[in-house]
Write a protein that binds this ligand. Structure first.
Ligand SMILES: Cc1ncc(C[n+]2csc(CCOP(=O)(O)OP(=O)(O)O)c2C)c(N)n1
Ligand SMILES: [Mg+2]
Length: 197
């Protein structure tokens, strides 16, 4: 494990998801951001509604697979803002990431230990070692629980030419901000931005 501490960090502090999301856009202003449905997208839209944001609406468990596909299609850096519940739904994608390993992809998992978007039901993140699973699939991974550690980990990940996973323990948040609710617009906007169509 390459994280700053042991995985079971229950009461030892959790990072602010808004601050960490903003740090990603500061470090890599041109990054293509694929965000999980619900809270991850609400936060991203609150930080900055950009043409390079590919928000998921309604589709759970497909955020990292979508980011993987995009990373293979473009040369720009791609970040996935994944939810712990969503990743649990498609954990097998870690095996694919390890095998395919696009150099421009960083997957951030917001580990709030709940299905935050649907009311805060506990999920199984506490008993699942995301870092261990990722590393056993050949994906270098780290776990952080502060804004500074997150920014350091993200910066380092983007400086290496490989896919990496950052699991970030975050405080649950309930944002008021929302992405556009026009799904076709979101898809068209990001496609036009990336492909110039
Ligand atoms: C296939 C499917 N199952 C369930 C839902 C309902 N749902 C929407 S968001 C969500 C919780 C997502 O949890 P997580 O990925 O941990 O993100 P968080 O809300 O905590 O940021 C659920 C269960 C859905 N949209 N799609
Ligand atoms: Mg969650």
């Amino acid at each position: 494990m390459t994280g700053e501490d042991e995985r079971d960090d229950g009461d030892e502090g959790r990072a602010d998801q808004f601050v960490c999301t903003a740090a990603v856009l500061d470090v890599t202003p041109d990054v293509v951001a694929v965000s999980n449905l619900g809270v991850a997208s609400y936060v991203l839209a609150g930080v900055a509604d950009r043409e390079r944001n590919f928000y998921q609406w309604g589709s759970m468990g497909v955020t990292t697979p979508t980011g993987l596909g995009l990373a293979l299609a473009v040369d720009d850096p791609v970040v996935v803002f994944e939810g712990d519940g969503s990743l649990l739904m498609s954990l097998g994608v870690l095996s694919t990431l390890g095998a395919v390993d696009p150099p421009n992809l960083t997957v951030v998992v917001w580990d709030n230990a709940i299905y935050g978007t649907t009311g805060g039901q506990p999920n199984h993140s506490a008993s699942t070692d995301f870092v261990g699973v990722a590393e056993s699939c050949g994906v270098p991974a780290t776990r952080v629980r502060s804004e500074d550690a997150f920014e350091d980990a993200y910066r380092a990940a983007t400086e290496r030419d490989r896919t990496e996973l950052i699991v970030c323990a975050v405080e649950p948040v309930d944002p008021d901000t929302r992405p556009p609710f026009d799904f076709a617009h979101i898809k068209r906007r990001v496609r036009e931005e990336l492909a110039g169509e």
